[in-house]
Design a protein around this ligand. Structure first.
Ligand code: NOJ
Length: 785
């Protein structure tokens, strides 16, 4: 069992305590709130199985084929509902949802309700920080709270499934979708995956404020070659099992009842036609009894493209000759529900009579879908309260906005703070400069649900936030432009360079770099809001460069040359290459895309109401050419040494270190973390050892530290990662206060999967590192007997 730590002293501010319940299904040491949210996966209730079997026995083949169909909002018609379509996604009009549900329940022969789904990724109308930001909190309560508010608002809308959490581990900052996950580490990713599932589903997702979670994208989607979305993934069995599968397993153990298979191929096999991962691992090895839906047209994409087979629509993988073949390949591999394409529904009967699909497999898929619908309470409560769903007062409740603000504050990472430039002084005038000072998309980020429609709460820009927090004047100078959603309606993208997207011309207020310099000279302190536009992250938004686009670095240089203390606030959805940035400002705050309350949350941190305590869940590389750079890499026979020629280094880089390591982040106070103390130095394969560290706030203000525990197995049958995170705990300490953090390690921590997919626990030394980042050096070691 892997564990996150537990403090032995009860401490923390009132606000922190109100939300402080951490922990996950994989945590042995969890708070009482998490015990109430204990793993929800239980043997299928007998009554539900009886209902499923009785209903299945009454279904015709065509009704079964309808049940495995998942249609989009633009596709579905009354006729589909009447015919008994299984699920619909992206429909967010409550009246239409209700109408279709009435048709399905009252006019279809078997009265089976439709499951309505949506991509609620970091909030529905109350938007929380993007998931990569939330992971920076190193606090599972942030993920759980976000998911719980998102589930509640989605359910009010009439939805009963969310395509979340996205748990793809990724070492690829070029990949736009790194923003949707918890970063590069399988352990942190597992803790967040479980927390989000619990927040989404609670202990029983038939509750009116809960929905069923769909974990995605199964599997390996986070590691596309070249960082280009949808691209090929090829990896060893040990990497698959040690790095990419753990968050899925944690989500399933926490009760997630649906899974989305991925677009990419893994070792040559596309995600939605992969019997090994879908059936052998997920369903048989892990005992998953919910259903798997395909990603968008992922079944159609199994087909070969013309001219091999003249046909229309999505295609590419070439493991099926045509659509019906693709449907058969997906179903027989273990995919239970077909999104957008309709091959099983349209050709299923022929496929059955040709023996290309079996009735046993079709029945199994239908049973899984019905099981989830019964568990969701859809048969008892199929309809949405349209009036409530259409009332803005139902969303963005003050308590939820407070949670979003708290979550955003907890997610920010202080990367630099020279000369204590931060926190700013509320009584001094502030010049806010940069294209991100007054924008919505960069507060909300990609996949922001319905966060900016007419029923959503008012979002807070950075300028609004600074003005509300400061008692002195705050001026705003855009200095350059932001290009909002660049995609024309037909999805055809004109050739664009990063300069087309952000900061390529004058600001919307007509200002330029010179105006920014003048504004800086006129103010006591300067906040420079820089980053990527919201549309540069997310699906299909890979970048080949990782620096700040446009002339943002020139803007920074010119403003820094004024000699005023410059604080850079970054809005972005991926690790950036900050080599051209890092030396110029006095302070850098990584704010990610912080959500509806983003402007307030950034102001809380800048003016010191909130002391930042987030840590990086991904490595920030030193130049795009060093990608992938990640902390938990295997060692080399020629470990990197910048001073010696014949080893694993870059000849044009004088260092082996990334710009900012995984787990790194500063505070306005300072901490001292003691060397790890072990409860024993020898442990049996089935035994456990506790590791304790004392942490003391050595500064003069209250603050948060994330105590981190890493291990390394120096001699093993497979070369082991140089560090592996196996425990962390975020603590809040008053000035001068100290506490003890204790972690427990057992075979789930010091064992690993080999290349045959077997979990092995080998005798020998395990090194333990404790500290405040993955560069932690304080060591101890024990021996596994
Ligand atoms: C495609 C994306 O890959 C997936 O994450 C999303 O859930 C579906 N589209 C449905 O919107």
């Amino acid at each position: 069992m892997a564990r996150i730590g537990r403090r032995t002293a009860a401490i923390g501010t009132a606000f922190a305590l109100a939300f402080a319940a951490g922990g996950t299904a994989i945590a042995a040491n969890v708070s009482s709130e998490d015990q109430a949210l204990a793993p929800t996966r239980q043997p299928a209730a007998k009554t539900i199985e009886q209902r499923v079997n009785r209903l299945l026995a009454r279904m015709t083949t065509q009704e079964k084929l309808q049940q495995v169909q998942l249609l989009s909002d633009g596709q579905v018609t009354d006729a589909d509902a009447k015919a008994g379509v299984g699920s619909v996604f992206s429909l967010v009009d409550a009246e239409q949802i209700n109408h279709l549900q009435h048709v399905a329940v009252e006019q279809s022969r078997l009265h089976i309700p439709i499951l309505f789904a949506y991509d609620t990724i970091h909030g529905y109308r109350t938007i929380f920080p993007v998931p990569l930001g939330a992971a920076s909190s190193f606090d599972p309560a942030v993920g759980r709270t976000d998911a719980a508010v998102g589930a509640k608002e989605s359910a009010i809308q009439g939805l009963k499934q969310v395509y979340s959490p996205m748990v793809d581990v990724s070492h690829e900052p070029r990949w736009g979708r790194i923003v949707e996950g918890a970063g590069e580490d399988p352990y942190l990713g597992s803790v967040f995956a479980a927390a989000r599932v619990k927040g989404t589903q609670g202990t029983d997702y038939s509750a009116r404020n809960k929905v069923v979670a769909s974990v995605k994208h199964y599997v390996g989607y986070g590691q596309p070659e070249g960082g280009r979305d949808y691209n090929t993934t090829d990896m060893s069995e040990q990497r698959l099992r040690n790095l990419y599968l753990p968050p899925f397993k944690a989500a399933i153990d926490a009760g997630a009842d649906t899974v989305m298979c991925s677009f990419n191929s893994l070792n040559g096999v596309p995600g939605c036609a992969n019997k090994y991962t879908e059936t052998d691992i997920l369903k048989k090895e892990w005992g998953f009894d919910g259903f798997i839906e395909s990603d968008y047209t992922a079944v159609a994409e199994l087909r070969a493209c013309p001219p091999v087979k003249p046909d229309e629509g999505p295609c590419g993988h070439g493991i099926a000759a045509d659509g019906p073949d693709a449907g058969a390949a997906a179903l027989m591999a273990g995919t239970d529900s077909e999104m957008v394409s309709t091959y099983l529904r349209d050709y299923g009967k022929e496929l059955l009579s040709d023996g290309k699909i079996s009735i046993t497999r079709l029945n199994d898929a239908v049973k899984r879908i019905l099981r989830v619908k019964f568990r969701a309470g859809l048969f008892e409560h199929p309809y949405v309260d349209v009036e409530k769903a259409s009332n803005a007062a139902s969303y963005g409740k003050p308590a939820d906005l407070a949670k979003a603000r708290w979550a955003a504050g907890r997610s920010m990472v202080l990367l630099k703070n020279e000369g204590e430039a931060l926190p700013l002084d509320t009584t001094k005038s502030t010049a806010l400069i940069g294209p991100f000072g007054q924008t919505v998309d960069e507060m909300l980020g990609p996949w922001s649900g319905r966060g900016s429609d007419e029923l959503a709460p008012k979002f807070v820009t950075l300028l609004d936030g600074l003005k509300a927090a400061s008692s002195a004047p705050v001026t705003y100078t855009a200095a350059c432009n932001l290009a909002h959603n660049f995609d024309p309606p037909n999805n055809a993208v004109p050739p664009l360079t990063p300069d087309d997207e952000v900061c390529a011309g004058p600001g919307e207020d007509g200002t330029s770099i010179q105006d920014a310099v003048n504004a800086a000279n006129d103010a006591d302190q300067v906040v420079l809001a820089l980053g990527e536009s919201g549309f540069m992250s997310g699906e299909s938004n890979a970048r080949s460069q990782l620096d700040l686009p446009g002339y943002q670095e020139d803007l920074l240089k010119a403003v820094a040359a004024t000699g005023k203390p410059v604080v850079v606030v970054l809005f972005n959805g991926r690790p950036l290459d900050l080599t051209g940035v890092v030396d110029k400002p006095a302070a850098i705050l990584e704010a990610w895309f912080p959500g509806t309350e983003g402007g307030n949350a950034v102001a809380d941190v800048l003016y010191g109401k909130v002391n930042p305590g987030g840590k990086l869940p991904v490595t920030f590389p030193r130049g795009v050419g060093t990608v992938p750079t990640y902390y938990n890499h295997e060692p080399s026979g020629r470990p990197c040494d910048p001073t010696f020629k014949w080893n694993s280094r870059y000849r044009d880089l004088p260092t082996c270190e990334p710009l900012f390591s995984f787990g790194y982040g500063l505070s306005y106070t300072s901490f001292d973390i003691s060397k790890p103390a072990l409860s024993k130095t020898k442990v049996g394969r089935n035994g456990s050892v506790t590791v304790s560290m004392n942490v003391k706030n050595t500064g003069d203000r209250a603050g948060d530290e994330v105590v981190q525990l890493y291990i390394h197995d120096p001699v093993a049958s497979l070369s082991q990662p140089v560090r592996r995170l196996r425990g962390f705990e975020r603590v809040t300490l008053d000035a001068g206060e100290s506490t003890k953090v204790t972690f427990t390690l057992d075979k789930s921590d010091f064992g690993f999967y080999d290349n045959r997919g077997k979990f092995v626990v080998e005798p020998g030394e395990i090194q333990v590192f404790g500290g405040d980042s993955s560069a932690a050096t304080e060591t101890a070691s024990f021996t596994v007997k």
